[in-house]
Design a protein around this ligand. Structure first.
Ligand code: ZN
Length: 430
């Protein structure tokens, strides 16, 4: 156990428990974590704040498919005013903050739904709203914005200019893409190349929605990795979803995973949304829609973990809690051994931070690093995942930004007793 002292927004010292100098802090600035787990702040590498809290308002996704989610989500976003969208976004951001997340990569949706948004009369609406919010939350939550090009943008001058202006004029941070939504293989390749060239031109990070399908013939991740390798920008490129990888023949998957490793391209898995959206055209047995996490990690590819949809048409149950994401990943991916807990934990912390582009030298609980941390109501990562532990306190640069308490009391004994949801770490060496 340790005492952590934070001064002037930085971790000043980490000392053996009891060695901290309490007298140099006001009473209100001292928090007793009771020996519980502490981590650096969490990073959400893949979500869609702009379209969140829209399912059923007014349209519902009656099929539960991704295709239907695209259309429903688009109609549900269409008529909302800027202030309505901001109000919903602020609510979702408050959830992220309470769950210990201080950095969020979020994809815009104004040009993300090709069938309807291609005709959008205000293609910069999402960018405008989200850049406003980025400014509003500066110093509390870092919002990193990704723009997704409209289908067909590589061959259409107006759509291309609209997309490029998001980076050239509006300060959008990350270049997105969605080549598997294009009509043909050739158009998907052009889409990928055109977006990567913009990222190269403006020296930006890249994060594609890619091969988010069960179709084993959807093979754009290879194009993304190969072109990124040619441009020498692979270290700042991410392939989100890559769910088709679960349906590829093993020989092809093996080649692709090696190419990803050579190119430096990272992968983000979004287990909650994809386990409900994929396998929808299957009879029994039904596939689950996650990429090959174990094989990618084994080859050395950085695999991050994102939540994707927050209560929208793709996943009405999304709620911004990253620990729920880990909990379900442990089950769906057979990563349910006790020894898998540290692997999942590191994915959530360090892989997510790497994909986001956090300065890794300043991230982590070390003296001199950013004075940001999360305290869990659990003693170990294993218990934090198993119990989806409340985040008792979240601190950003030395300033508390959220606190949560959970108490359950048994009433069936003579004297009420508080329930302890955690294992005793002395009993279970984890
Ligand atoms: Zn997504």
């Amino acid at each position: 156990m340790v005492d952590i002292e934070i001064k002037d927004g930085k971790i000043k010292s980490i000392l053996s428990a009891g060695d901290g100098n309490k007298s140099s802090f006001a009473d209100d600035d001292i928090y007793n974590a009771g020996g519980n787990l502490v981590s650096p702040p969490l990073v959400e590498p893949h979500t869609h704040i702009y379209g969140s809290l829209t399912e059923g308002r007014p349209h519902k996704n009656q099929e539960g498919t991704l295709e239907q989610a695209w259309r429903t989500g688009s109609y549900n976003r269409e008529d909302r005013t800027e202030e309505e969208i901001k109000k919903k976004a602020r609510k979702v951001i408050s959830w992220f903050a309470s769950y210990g997340i201080t950095r969020i990569r979020t994809h815009l949706s104004s040009t993300g739904t090709p069938e309807t948004d291609a005709a959008d009369t205000d293609p910069h609406k999402a960018a405008r709203i989200m850049t406003d919010l980025r400014e509003e939350y500066e110093g509390i939550i870092d919002l990193q914005l990704v723009a997704i090009p409209t289908k067909g943008f590589a061959r259409d001058e107006e759509l291309y200019d609209n997309f490029e202006s998001m980076f050239a004029e509006m300060g959008i941070d990350v270049v997105g893409g969605m080549p598997h939504r294009e009509d043909t293989r050739e158009k998907g390749v052009e889409h990928t190349h055109a977006a990567l060239e913009i990222a190269d031109k403006y020296d930006l990070q890249v994060d594609f929605h890619i091969d988010e399908t069960d179709d084993p013939n959807s093979r754009y991740t290879e194009v993304l990795a190969s072109k990124s390798k040619d441009l020498g920008i692979g270290e700042r490129v991410t392939a989100s979803h890559t769910t088709a990888m679960h349906s590829y023949p093993n020989a092809y998957a093996n080649k692709l995973i090696r190419l990803l490793d050579e190119s430096g391209v990272s992968v983000i898995t979004n287990p909650l949304s994809n386990c409900v959206l994929q396998g929808r055209y299957d009879d029994y047995p039904r596939r689950r829609g996650h990429t090959r996490i174990d094989e990618l990690l084994e080859e050395g590819v950085t695999v991050a973990i994102g939540q994707d949809d927050i209560s929208d048409s793709a996943n009405p149950y999304g709620d911004a809690d990253m620990l729920k994401c880990l909990y379900h990943t442990a089950h769906f991916t057979h990563m349910n051994k006790i020894d898998d807990a540290p692997v999942l934990w590191d994915m959530m912390l360090y892989n997510n931070a790497e994909v986001f582009g956090v300065n890794i030298d300043d991230y982590g609980l070390e003296e001199g690093n950013e004075g940001s941390l999360v305290i869990y109501d659990a003693p170990t990562p294993f218990d934090a995942i198993r119990t989806i532990a409340p985040r008792n306190l979240v601190i950003r640069d030395g300033v508390p930004i959220a606190k949560t308490e959970r108490t359950s009391t048994l009433l069936y004994d003579d004297s009420p007793q508080q329930v302890d949801f955690n294992h005793n770490p002395d009993d279970l060496q984890i």
